[in-house]
Unconditional design. Structure first.
Length: 263
């Protein structure tokens, strides 16, 4: 029998024998005195009592009395072996598992069985909770490109066989194409950014385009006109000579908007 003084913890066998009522009166009195002065042993005794009571209650529901007696003998045999104080609960749990194996294998295999629930709750490790998924905001959609402005333009009839197209405040990035067309009307058509910013003014025999920026401007000059010209930012770039259009300096030298003549 282990020494039962307040200076040493009670052994596993002593605690289990106390629970089973198998200690002699002097030993029981000494153990109870130790428990009154040792919170650690008292806590261990309460835990062992809880495990024993629960195991006994579950086994009573398995309807296999003979193996239960064998299992109880195995548990008593275990407490006779020396064990470290810290391993009491694990030793009892292993003994309870032995009881389950002998007396309740069939019951533990049945879904919903109290034996199965006890093993899952007391013996098996609890499953780790899955970490919550990290939520990230969806990327903002790319801004839709601005719709391109519809072409804009104006047309007039020549005045006494003469027509002039004058572009004022034209951007160096502007592309200007002049071409001869059949019919009796002169016209100007602005496309792209030029269509959005350009303004048009007309007078007899004259079309003025103000503030044409990037983009393109098509100048249509009637083939039957006697005189026709295209003026850009105060200088004549295109003139009609006979049945053709010709480029004049500074159009041929560059340095301003891109100006060319078409068919």
């Amino acid at each position: 029998m282990e020494t039962k003084t307040v200076n040493r913890h009670l052994g596993e066998g002593t605690l289990q024998a106390l629970l089973d009522g198998e200690l002699a009166p002097p030993d029981r009195a000494a153990a109870e005195a130790h428990l009154g002065a040792c919170p650690a042993c008292a806590a261990e005794l309460r835990e062992m009592r809880t495990v024993n009571e629960r195991a006994a209650g579950l086994l009573a529901r398995t309807d296999v009395p003979a193996p239960v007696a064998q299992a109880q003998m195995a548990m008593r045999a275990r407490r006779m072996r020396p064990a470290r104080f810290g391993g009491m609960r694990q030793a009892l749990l292993r003994a309870a598992v032995l009881v389950m194996g002998v007396a309740g294998v069939a019951a533990a295999a049945v879904p919903g069985s109290p034996v199965r629930e006890w093993i899952a709750e007391t013996i098996l490790p609890r499953p780790k909770q899955a970490a919550a998924p990290t939520l990230r905001p969806a990327p903002a959609p790319a801004p839709a490109p601005a719709p391109e402005a519809a072409p804009a333009g104006v047309s007039i009839r020549p005045e006494k066989g003469s027509v002039r197209v004058v572009l004022t405040g034209a951007s160096p990035r502007l592309e200007i194409v002049a071409r001869l067309v059949d019919g009796d009307r002169a016209g100007v058509v602005a496309r792209g950014p030029a269509a959005a910013g350009a303004r048009f003014r007309t007078s007899p025999g004259r079309i003025e385009v103000l503030g044409a920026r990037d983009g393109s401007v098509e100048v249509q000059l009637p083939r039957g006109a006697d005189r026709a010209s295209v003026e850009v930012n105060g200088r004549v770039y295109v003139a009609k000579q006979g049945e053709s259009l010709v480029l004049l300096p500074p159009a041929t030298a560059g340095g301003g908007p891109s100006v060319r003549v078409g068919g």
